[in-house]
Ligand binder design. Structure first.
Ligand SMILES: CC(C)(COP(=O)([O-])OP(=O)([O-])OC[C@H]1O[C@@H](n2cnc3c(N)ncnc32)[C@H](O)[C@@H]1OP(=O)([O-])[O-])[C@@H](O)C(=O)NCCC(=O)NCCSC(=O)C[C@@](C)(O)CC(=O)[O-]
Length: 300
């Protein structure tokens, strides 16, 4: 087995995990979550997004969250920005790394950011220029890489075109999002094979929602294909406001357990992570979405 020796985890819980919550979550609770995650050893945390508050009300306090967190050395605290306006707001909040997000399906692009794929890419150009000027790194996302809630099947070649454009315009890494979590390990390997013709595999990341319970299998398939960066969400929090029925991202605790079993070390303390996940679940009044956390908390 030729697995990557190191894996980088991108913790998206405070953003992807919380953006869909209907109940108000205080800035203090969001700050506590981010601080708990960094204390557990996660080195990359997506803290929030600078998007229209009419579209995603839960992320409206992102500026305050950035102001409240304890920034630990060596940890990247990132934000989602859909356009120059969002980028400028992020910059004002002191954000040092942002992510732009496109989709591989036209219908999802319209529902999520109210424009076509082509228009979204045009919007990102001035953002990437501004980011270069300010020394801000930009990550790219492609949604619906293994299926779209509106258009159904999405061809890997279409994903590859969008990913290639994001990479060519300066995104240092492209995260491939299985937004609705329908993809299988076979689909994942084919996708990486196609996208990997244009983009080095060490510049790709996997972002698997676990709606159909395939996320860990898809991560393993990605590892076999040489991808070594994965997005995950503590306690499996989340869903997507524009993908009905989608559950959260794969739980970070479950990914750690998988990696540990493969002999791939991370610097994350699983017990502290489980405590962080359980705390936010208590705040939200939700069951913990991590099977590993549930098992450990039950004494298994
Ligand atoms: C992109 C827009 C803004 C277009 O929305 P729009 O309505 O077409 O924008 P607009 O340019 O016409 O502006 C309309 C209003 O929004 C304001 N506005 C404009 N931009 C901003 C901004 N950045 N921040 C704050 N406000 C903004 C603007 O100032 C104006 O305010 P008004 O004059 O009406 O008071 C909107 O559709 C939007 O904010 N969408 C965000 C959707 C979102 O956050 N989705 C979830 C994240 S993506 C995701 O979860 C998938 C991912 C990444 O995890 C991977 C995966 O799983 O697939």
């Amino acid at each position: 087995m030729n697995l990557p020796k190191q894996v980088r985890l991108v913790e998206v819980g405070p953003r992807d995990g919380l953006q869909n919550e209907k109940q108000p979550i205080s800035v203090a609770d969001k700050v506590r979550l981010v601080d708990d995650l960094s204390a557990a050893g996660l080195a990359y945390i997506e803290v929030g997004s600078f998007v229209s508050p009419k579209w995603v009300p839960q992320m409206a306090g992102s500026r305050e969250v950035f102001a409240g967190i304890q920034q630990r050395p060596g940890v990247t605290y990132a934000a989602l920005t859909p356009n120059l306006k969002g980028f400028e707001a992020a910059l004002e909040a002191g954000v040092k790394e942002v992510a732009v997000f496109a989709a591989a399906s036209e219908a999802f692009s319209q529902k999520n950011i109210n424009c076509s794929i082509g228009e979204s890419l045009q919007r990102f150009l001035p953002l990437l220029d501004a980011a270069r000027q300010h020394g801000v790194r930009v990550r790219g996302y492609v949604s619906c890489v293994l299926g779209c809630p509106y258009d159904g099947f999405v061809a890997p070649e279409q994903v590859a075109r969008v990913a290639r454009d994001l990479f060519a315009m300066g995104c240092y890494e492209v995260s491939l999002g299985d937004t609705i979590g329908t993809g299988t390990a076979g689909d994942t390997r084919r996708l990486i094979e196609v996208v990997g013709r244009d983009i080095p595999r060490d510049k790709l990341a996997g972002h698997f929602h676990d709606t159909y319970g395939q996320a860990l299998a898809n991560i393993y398939a990605s590892l076999l294909e040489g991808v070594g960066v994965f997005d995950s969400s503590v306690a499996g929090l989340g869903g997507c406001p524009y993908a009905k029925g989608a559950t959260g991202n794969v739980a970070t605790e479950d990914v750690l357990y998988l990696l540990d079993g493969l002999g791939i070390a991370t610097d994350v303390d699983l017990d502290r992570l489980i405590a962080a996940g359980q705390r936010i679940c208590t705040v939200l009044g939700k069951e913990n979405g991590s099977r590993v956390a549930r098992a450990r908390l039950a004494g298994a």
